[in-house]
Design a protein around this ligand. Structure first.
Ligand code: FCB
Length: 477
């Protein structure tokens, strides 16, 4: 956690000398199945919780759904060619569980799996390393109907599915991450309910978080058994949490949010235990009676790498009489047991998501994971920003997004200089896509997507990133 006496120097990483990354640094871009594929009912695919949620009135901005999205399912070879044009060394994509195992039970749906087989072939044919995320939030709806992630059985179902995917793709895919951002699945899905399945119950959110991690551990074991050569990991979204002032009360607010946002996952997965202060904070929510003997050993099954998604920092203050929490975090809360903590905005530049731009927070986050938790190789599996884009004469100039990438790549380099074994970086996102509850109203892509005709336009940030990859680093700025 930052020392409140010396607030983070936001933006200082925007400019600097030329920087070179270590040889073999894995330069990539990321997407997720439901955000780009479309073809929601084709090839035997059945609904996931995001299909149900997005088709429920009032859940997503303007009722947007992933039914068509970027139509990547039909345009995949062209999209891979685009990746090759940008010189990507790796592409991180997720497998849609209800496409390859409709309903979340039984054998493989060959037609669905063939899509990923073809994708992997295309990637390898262009010299692009495939990086598979097994779960990027699209739980098959029947598993939600049976209780969802708050139900223990879902963890076992996930391991079975992971095994199917590893069997089908593991001969050519080396990198597998189990879960993407389990915090979002648990606390936005079952706590605040702003994500699918849209339930709001603090105890369920905590149970979901546990069963997601149990599923992760079981999946690692299942994939390892069938594919001993695979590089296995998990992706967590981490935030530095800074107290708004030097007061003891604000420091305690920061401790609580850090426990829920970061240590809830880092400690069980990398240390095999829940933090004692988190357990105490949650006492009014749950007694953690769902945690069984042996679970934490499974959850902490050894990994080969850890993926970190980084977007911004949380600055928090102690509850105050009459002070309203920030709208995004308002009840029902995604912070069970700590609902009253206030999220403070500092007036620094923000993205179109209203997320504060804070590149030094990436250095802080990576150094912390390395110093406090693990010597394993780390990868930034997502980092990026939404800004409003306009097409002028068939081109999209996005200097803000470019500056965001540049400052965060400088931060990534600073972390490496400080001794962090950072081995790769994946820009979020390859292309504009369905931004969950925000639908198509937020653009994170390096490639612009015209949703009227599915045309793709490489933005200036994409052309700049291609140059970064070519020179394995940044030019002086
Ligand atoms: C992350 C998600 C990703 C995308 C970005 C903006 O939380 O993993 O799918 O929505 O945020």
């Amino acid at each position: 956690m930052s020392n409140p006496a010396s607030p983070p120097a936001v933006g200082v990483l925007d400019e600097g000398p030329a920087l070179t990354f270590p040889p073999g640094f894995l330069w990539g871009a990321a997407t997720a199945a439901y955000q780009i594929e479309g073809a929601a009912t084709e090839g035997g695919r059945t609904p996931s919780i995001w299909d149900t949620f997005s088709h429920t009135e009032g859940r997503t901005v303007a009722g947007h759904t992933g039914d068509v999205a970027c139509d990547h399912y039909h345009r995949m070879p062209d999209d891979v060619r685009l990746m090759a044009d940008l010189g990507l060394r790796s592409y991180r994509f997720s497998v849609s569980w209800p496409r390859v195992q409709p309903g979340g039970a039984g054998g493989i749906n060959q037609e669905g799996m063939d899509f990923y087989r073809r994708l992997v072939d295309e990637l390898l044919g262009h010299g692009i390393e495939p990086w598979v995320t097994l779960y990027h939030w699209d739980l098959p709806q029947p598993l939600e109907d049976a209780g969802g992630w708050p139900a223990r059985d879902t963890a076992g179902r996930f391991a079975e599915y992971a095994h199917l995917v590893a069997d089908a793709l593991g001969d050519r895919v080396k990198y597998f991450t189990t879960l993407n951002e389990p915090w979002c699945s648990a606390f936005l899905g079952y706590g605040s309910g702003v994500h699918a399945p849209g339930r709001s119950d603090g105890a369920d959110a905590v149970r979901a978080g546990h069963h997601l991690m149990l599923g992760h551990g079981l999946a690692v074991q299942a994939v390892r058994a069938s594919r001993p050569q695979a590089q296995l990991g998990i992706t967590v979204n981490l935030y530095p949490v800074t107290p708004a002032s030097g007061s003891a009360a604000d420091a305690d607010a920061a401790r609580r949010i850090d426990a829920l946002a970061n240590r809830f996952f880092l400690d069980p997965v990398l240390r095999g235990a829940y933090p004692a202060d988190l357990v105490a904070d949650l006492r009014g929510v749950t007694d953690l009676g769902h945690v069984r003997d042996g679970d934490l050993a499974t959850i902490s099954t050894p990994l080969d790498m850890v993926g970190v998604n980084y977007y911004s920092r949380h600055v928090v203050a102690a509850p105050a009489e009459g002070a309203e929490p920030e709208p995004y975090w308002r009840a029902p809360s995604c912070w069970p047991g700590s609902e009253d903590v206030r999220f403070v905005t500092r007036g620094v530049p923000v993205t179109d998501m209203d997320w504060e731009i804070d590149a030094p927070g990436l250095v802080e986050t990576l150094e912390r994971v390395h110093r406090e938790y693990t010597d394993l190789p780390l990868y930034v599996t997502e980092n990026g920003s939404a800004f409003v884009d306009t097409v002028v004469d068939g081109e999209v100039d996005d200097p803000d997004r470019l500056a965001y990438f540049a400052s965060h790549l400088r931060a990534a380099h600073a972390a490496i200089e400080a001794g962090v074994p950072l081995k790769g970086y994946f820009a979020w996102s390859l292309m504009d896509n369905f931004e969950w509850a925000w639908g198509y109203t937020k653009r994170f892509g390096m490639v612009y997507v015209d949703y009227d005709n599915q045309a793709r336009i490489a933005k200036s940030s994409a052309r700049w990133y291609a140059d970064v990859i070519r020179r394995n680093g940044l030019a002086a700025q």
